[in-house]
Ligand binder design. Structure first.
Ligand code: ASP
Ligand code: MG
Length: 592
């Protein structure tokens, strides 16, 4: 018998009428011959109200009690949902996370799922019940109630779909599907027919999307097809599957992360272990860092900049301050008025000129780029918050995201278990469900690096540089631009094939002269180490373990970038093999 999971978000169960409407949808699926598991969120803005109540008592509620409080929202809606189904003449049973047996770790308010028992669910389903599961919650090993982080009901739904081998996971929500960008921010956004897990992972982690990013990690790991659709209309919705909508389009979506903060640590000694010192302290506070950019050093000193969500700025600053004290060096500088604009697409991995196109779109709008970080399928820039919306609009237009690309052939519908997924599932008998799982650790020893320092910090510089570089037939891979607010200039580093380093260095010198700026440097041979997997950025320990392994092997890191599916570091060419060995050893347990 086929089984489907239907998740209803807060707006889809906001009042009793909506609860009844959701109940009817589940009953319809049940009548069609499916076993049905519903996953339900708290009604409407209930969770926000609970958060508000807590804040009226104290600024710093204890996380354990916060979870106790927040989990009540879902308990209300599952009970009402069961009553609704009963009133329509069908059998239903509501269950809390604890009753299902959703086991999590002990990180309150951000818990990760370790395991789910399916016996009771199967039993109830086999008895003809619609099972209604409380989203967003579980219990730790001491039976403390935990929650999975805001929006976590999606993760509950996909995790249940995975362990129950559901044939579909429907996410019923207040939007029609997944869009090229948030349509509430840009009305011209287009609904996608389909998006790949990797693209969705990036967009979700940028805060752009309709879904909790960890739910997409599960979906990818277990190959669960997700169908995002409106609870209020019968429109087709969007599928989240392995394949992108189009293999030809370089970009499938753009995201604005409005409330970011930049933190810079200036003048730290450029030697192995410094990044570790800083980022391990930040990670210990469970803050997800993005856009890590390190200036290639001048005279043995480096500046390290990175971004964090604005509301985590305070605890991050505390952590960094401690690192500075421990290092006995470094100067702290930050900006809480910045936003991050990103474009994402599987197609960009094998096309040139994508970054340049984005920079040009921003230059045309006279928007200054403060920082740049590129990875295989994502390019992010940091801009002042006042320019955030025009920046998003410009980028969305430049990649013609309102136009539907030619859609690559549609994969067969339904659950398509692969040998891989089966292997992963069997492995999960021994490990935790949300444990880190890596696909590959690799060394690319074909590239070199070029850096231009002291560039004017004004609109149009990046596009000018990369247009010149491209005009000389040079293919650029990684790009990082750091912003140096206290010296009011920017420095730009990029990697190119080793054979093109001399030509790129010539272009760099010419540009440096043209801007009469600091200078250039190049490195004929760098090593690029990549760790590929799922959920790498949200799993704050990944970058730390990389830094740790490299520091222990005395390898200095020159460039870093992180995304959900890949973390790259660039080191000196001679260190490549050592670095690869140390990373493979450090992640031996996580490699599939
Ligand atoms: N009720 C929780 C929240 O609002 C979980 C969810 O809706 O997914 O964050
Ligand atoms: Mg909600």
């Amino acid at each position: 018998m086929s089984l489907i999971v239907q998740k209803f978000g807060g707006t889809s169960v906001a009042d009793c009428e909506k609860i009844l409407a959701a109940a009817r949808k589940a009953i319809r699926a049940h009548q069609d011959g499916h076993q049905v598991v519903m996953v339900v969120s708290a009604m409407g803005k209930q969770t926000d109200q609970l958060v508000q109540l807590a804040s009226e008592i104290t600024d710093r509620p204890e996380a354990r009690e916060m979870d106790m409080l927040l989990s009540t929202g879902e308990q209300v809606s599952v009970a009402l949902m069961a009553m609704a189904i009963h009133s329509l003449g069908y059998k239903a049973v509501s269950l809390t996370g604890a009753q299902i047996g959703i086991r999590t770790d002990t990180i309150h308010t951000k818990a990760r799922i370790k395991s789910i028992s399916t016996d009771r669910l199967h039993q109830l389903l086999d008895q003809g019940n619609i099972v209604i599961a409380a989203g967003f919650q579980g219990t730790d090993e001491h039976m403390n109630i935990t929650t999975l982080g805001r929006g976590g009901s999606d993760t509950t739904a996909v995790a249940l779909a995975a362990v129950l081998h559901a044939h579909a996971c429907e996410i019923h929500t207040d939007v029609d599907g997944v869009y090229t960008t948030d349509p509430r921010v840009l009305p011209e956004a287009r609904q996608l027919e389909r998006i790949s897990y990797d693209e969705m992972l990036e967009l979700a982690s940028l805060g752009a999307s309709v879904m909790h990013n960890r739910s997409i990690e599960f979906a990818k790991k277990f190959n669960v097809p997700i169908h995002v659709r409106s609870s209020f209309s019968d429109t087709p919705g969007s599928m989240i599957v392995a394949e992108p909508e189009s293999y030809a389009a370089p970009v499938c979506g753009a995201a604005l992360t409005k409330n970011e903060a930049r933190i810079s640590v200036l003048g730290v000694p450029d030697r192995p272990g410094i990044s570790l010192e800083i980022f391990s302290r930040v990670a210990n506070r469970n803050v997800t860092v993005d856009m890590i950019v390190q200036n290639v050093s001048e005279a043995g000193y480096a500046d390290i900049s990175f971004t964090v969500p604005n509301d985590e700025l305070k605890i991050t600053l505390e952590a960094v301050q401690q690192a500075i004290e421990a290092l006995g060096a470094g100067q702290l500088n930050w900006d809480d008025q910045v936003s991050k604009v990103s474009v994402v697409g599987l197609g960009m991995a094998n096309q040139t000129g994508v970054a340049e196109k984005m920079f040009a779109a921003l230059a045309d709008e006279k928007i200054n780029i403060q920082m740049i970080s590129t990875s295989e399928i994502k390019i992010s820039v940091l801009v002042e918050r006042a320019s955030a919306l025009p920046a998003l609009r410009a980028v969305h237009a430049a990649f013609e995201l309102t136009k539907q690309p030619e859609v690559s052939p549609i994969p067969a519908a339904g659950h398509r278990p692969t040998a891989d997924a089966a292997a992963v599932a069997s492995r999960l008998q021994d490990v935790d469900m949300e444990d880190l799982m890596l696909d590959d650790i690799s060394l690319d020893d074909t590239q070199g690096r070029v850096t231009i320092t002291g560039l004017p910090d004004e609109p149009g510089i990046a596009t000018h540089v990369f247009r010149e570089v491209a005009a000389s037939g040079i293919v650029v891979d990684m790009i990082v631009q750091s912003h140096d607010s206290h010296r009011d200039h920017a420095s730009l580093s990029f990697t190119v094939p080793r054979s093109q380093v001399p030509a790129a260095a010539v272009v760099a010198k010419r540009l440096a002269a043209e801007f009469s700026c600091g200078g250039t440097s190049s490195e004929a041979e760098v090593a690029k180490l990549s760790v590929c997997g799922v959920g790498l950025r949200s799993n704050t320990t990944v970058a730390i373990r990389m830094f740790q392994a490299l520091a222990e092997s005395e390898v200095n890191v020159d460039m870093v970038n992180t995304s959900e599916v890949q973390v790259n570091v660039v080191t000196d060419g001679k260190d490549g093999v050592t670095a690869l060995k140390s990373l493979k050893a450090a992640f031996a347990d996580a490699l599939r």
